[in-house]
Design a protein around this ligand. Structure first.
Ligand code: PLP
Length: 463
């Protein structure tokens, strides 16, 4: 077992003892291409660069902390997913991982679709010119206003999450003189995380409608009867940071069984099946994610096989990767502030950000890597814990890692694979100013989300 903790939460924690960590890499100056974005490399001067610009220059121009996003790498990954799934399937980028107007434009240009799950995400997508029919709207408690905005805009699908919502969306669509394309989200009784999955009959969670006790079949029955809805498919999303395809296999089998039941009962073959997102990425060198083409092949084989067995036409498949596209494309750049060696334990390295720009370590016990990037060093490895500047002892960015023992205040260190669920989950805790996202491409760097200012904070505080 290669992880000491589970990104999806302590409930899924592996059994490794507290304090487990891997041995230091043979060369602390080396940058594992698995965890760093594609254009990252260390120059002859020892300084790390991305998109042709060195991090000292980036820090000077944009400050720290900051998220630096490798645009070429983002486009490459988006394209790899698009190409892997070809013309018989759709790729919806999960906007909640990280959404900005620049990203929406890149996705549009690369031929991807987009998942949103709030009015704010929908507004961002529409304002950047994503065609509404390529947007899917998710969420377990969409407001009436959000539903109305989505239907009026003409979103390609709304994913229905409850019995109330089936009626609510149908009613709103009908009142607007529309028929809304929709999928029903079902819970298939599979929880998949990292290297294992658990198949259960029931799922104790807030999303979707259960398959097990005929609830999902009843939801289909009701949706098919409503004029405001055009039911086009079934949706399932089984977890996050998944490496093993076995969970998808069980999910696909159960969804196809429902499709067969729907055909038998209503004479309707629903044309779409969405298998969700959750595909894992490498946060450390010990993670081994699959390539998009392997995932595409595995998923399409599973669905085709199950449909042949059930004598169904193979539905159009869609997937919703978020992390797997944006996660590896960015790193967070920090400046080292204070260094506190605790004898016999480890050295605490404090940086100028923390849980306000990366909550995943505190929230999920997530693991990250870290490297000294403003210079190379031949010093011995020292065991460190990288912590932030917040008033919270759980304010940890990287729990256990090795940095060179000559690390000093003013050095720049970077945490790779922070493109997903870091800026999008960032907070103003301690009135921290959320860092900018800077896109770097071919020797040019531009801010796509600017740094917050104290004025921004004070503007919200109406006194
Ligand atoms: C979060 C989510 C995704 C994306 O998950 P990743 O782990 O980022 O791939 C896709 N679909 C749905 C419904 C989600 O809630």
């Amino acid at each position: 077992m290669s992880r000491s903790a589970h990104p999806a939460g302590p409930r899924h924690a592996d059994v490794l003892p507290e304090g487990h960590y891997s041995a230091p890499a043979a060369d602390l100056n080396a940058l594992d291409p698995k965890v760093w974005s594609h254009t990252v490399s260390r120059g002859d001067d020892g300084v790390v660069r991305v998109g042709g610009i060195d991090v000292k220059q980036l820090a000077e121009e944009f400050g720290t902390p900051g998220y630096f996003l490798d645009e070429a790498d983002f486009r490459e990954r988006a394209r790899a997913w698009r190409t892997a799934f070809g013309h018989d399937a759709d790729v919806f980028y999960a906007g909640k991982a990280f959404l900005s107007r620049a990203v929406v434009r890149w996705l549009h240009e690369e031929g991807l679709n987009l998942d949103v799950c709030s009015g704010g995400e929908l507004a961002t997508a529409l304002s950047a010119g994503m065609p509404a029919d390529r947007i899917a709207f998710h969420g377990n408690n969409k407001s009436e206003e959000e539903i109305r905005t989505a239907v009026e805009a003409g979103v390609g699908r709304i994913v229905l999450d409850s019995f109330q919502e089936i009626v609510r969306v149908a009613h709103i669509a009908q009142s607007l003189g529309k028929r809304q394309r929709a999928q029903i989200r079902v819970t298939v009784g599979v929880e998949a995380h990292t290297h294992e999955f658990i198949a259960t009959a029931h799922e104790d969670q807030k999303f979707g409608i259960g398959l097990a006790d005929g609830q999902a079949a009843e939801a289909v029955r009701r949706a098919l009867a409503l004029d405001g809805l055009e039911l086009v498919g079934i949706h399932s999303h089984i977890g996050s940071q998944i490496f093993d395809m076995a969970g998808f296999e069980v999910a696909a089998r159960r969804v196809v069984k429902l499709l067969a039941e729907v055909r038998d009962e209503h004479g309707v073959e629903l044309p779409e099946i969405d298998l969700g997102g959750g595909l894992g990425i490498a946060y450390t060198s010990e993670d081994d994610p699959r390539e998009p083409h392997e995932i595409a092949k595995a998923l399409s084989e599973i669905v085709t096989r199950e449909c042949e067995a059930a004598k169904l036409r193979t539905p159009r498949i869609s997937v919703e990767p978020g992390r797997a596209i944006v996660g590896p494309t960015a790193f967070t750049l920090y400046e080292v502030g204070t260094i506190k060696p605790l004898d016999g334990l480890r050295t605490y390295v404090s940086v100028d950000g923390g849980m306000s720009d990366n909550i995943r370590t505190a929230l999920y016990d997530a693991e990250y890597s870290v490297a000294l990037v403003s210079r190379a060093s031949d010093a011995e490895p020292m065991l460190v814990r990288v912590v932030g500047k917040h008033c919270e002892s759980g304010d940890i960015v990287v729990k256990d890692a090795f940095l060179p023992a000559d690390l000093a205040p003013g050095d720049l260190i970077a945490v790779p694979a922070t493109g997903a669920y870091c800026r999008s989950m960032a907070s103003n805790y301690n009135h921290a100013l959320r860092p900018p996202v800077v896109a770097v491409h071919d020797g040019e760097a531009r801010v796509i989300v600017r740094r917050e200012t104290e004025e921004d904070i004070l503007r919200l505080d109406v006194g």
